[in-house]
Ligand binder design. Structure first.
Ligand SMILES: O=c1ccn([C@@H]2O[C@H](COP(=O)(O)O)[C@@H](O)[C@H]2O)c(=O)[nH]1
Length: 274
């Protein structure tokens, strides 16, 4: 999906919500466990229930790969089921020497058919550029993450007092363009989002950390907004596990709609939609 098409989806759905498909067999309703493919059946119901309120879905690979071939099949069926007008992110956090990254790119863009894949940039330019060779596909670089461990490396400073995450941003932004590169910035780091926005004013951010991790949507919008919205805000557990009963899909729909309405309000306030 192109940037223009993504922006158009945000305008028409009045939403910049990404629903995270972190589908955990120990958390899904018991009745689904009796089906042939419980992960896919759960995802299918969640997608049907939330597709009116979000512009993106983000399956996290860990929840699928742990089941081997069967997990990959559930993932492939899920990606194939996601409507055409939704942006699909493989949250796989890959990146390796160039000739290996090339095959990761093939996996997520050609075989699986996702629009974007998350990449850890620690191995540098040759580990990221193979993902940038696909037209209309995206690399989403980990920049400032939402977890406690972000403090271990990302905020460490050099002799001039510059934090590592800022160096990573400045460098990785040069490898691609705002048409094929996004950055992961955690919602739990509101002021950090503002710092990142200063360095990369034009790029989209994928922002995990609202909902279960406690980040604030208002803060994200205040610090991370740009003229094209520039934000895809993810919530996984807060939506998909709103209930673990028979009503799970309906409850997920209600949660997604709640966030979409807050987003609509923000989009109006910013003058992005009428
Ligand atoms: O900094 C990061 C990068 C990735 N994630 C991922 O996003 C979702 C968040 O799930 P919630 O249930 O909404 O907390 C999950 O897949 C993480 O692996 C992140 O949280 N922070």
């Amino acid at each position: 999906m192109t940037r223009t098409a993504l922006i158009e989806q945000i305008r028409s759905k009045k939403s910049f919500l990404c629903v995270g498909l972190d589908t955990d067999l120990s958390k899904i309703p018991a009745h689904l466990l009796e089906t042939e493919d419980p992960i896919f059946e759960f995802n299918k119901a969640i997608i049907d229930a939330t597709k009116d309120f979000c512009v993106a879905y983000k399956p996290n690979n860990a929840f699928y790969e742990c089941y081997g071939v069967k997990g990959w099949e559930s993932l492939q069926k899920t990606v194939d089921y996601i409507p055409e007008n939704c942006f699909v992110i493989a949250d796989a956090k890959r990146g390796d020497i160039g000739n290996t990254s090339k095959y990761y790119a093939q996996t997520f863009f050609e075989t699986l058919g996702c629009d974007a894949v998350t990449v850890a940039p620690y191995m540098g330019e040759d580990s990221v550029t193979p993902f940038l060779e696909y037209p209309d596909k995206w690399v989403i670089v980990l920049a400032l993450t939402s977890n406690a461990g972000a403090l271990d490396f990302q905020f460490t400073t050099d002799a001039k007092g510059e934090e590592l995450y800022k160096k990573v941003l400045k460098k990785t932004a040069q490898w691609g363009t705002p048409e094929n590169t996004m950055f992961v910035v955690g919602a739990t780091r509101a002021e950090g989002i503002g710092e990142v926005r200063k360095l990369v004013p034009d790029h989209f951010f994928l922002v995990p950390g609202v909902g279960a991790q406690g980040g604030s949507l208002e803060d994200v919008a205040n610090y991370g907004w740009n003229d094209d919205c520039g934000l895809l805000v993810n919530s996984s557990r807060g939506i998909i596990y709103a209930s673990n009963g028979i009503d799970f899909a309906q409850k997920a729909r209600t949660e997604a709609q709640k966030i979409q309405l807050q987003m609509e309000h923000i989009l109006k306030e910013k003058g992005f939609i009428g």
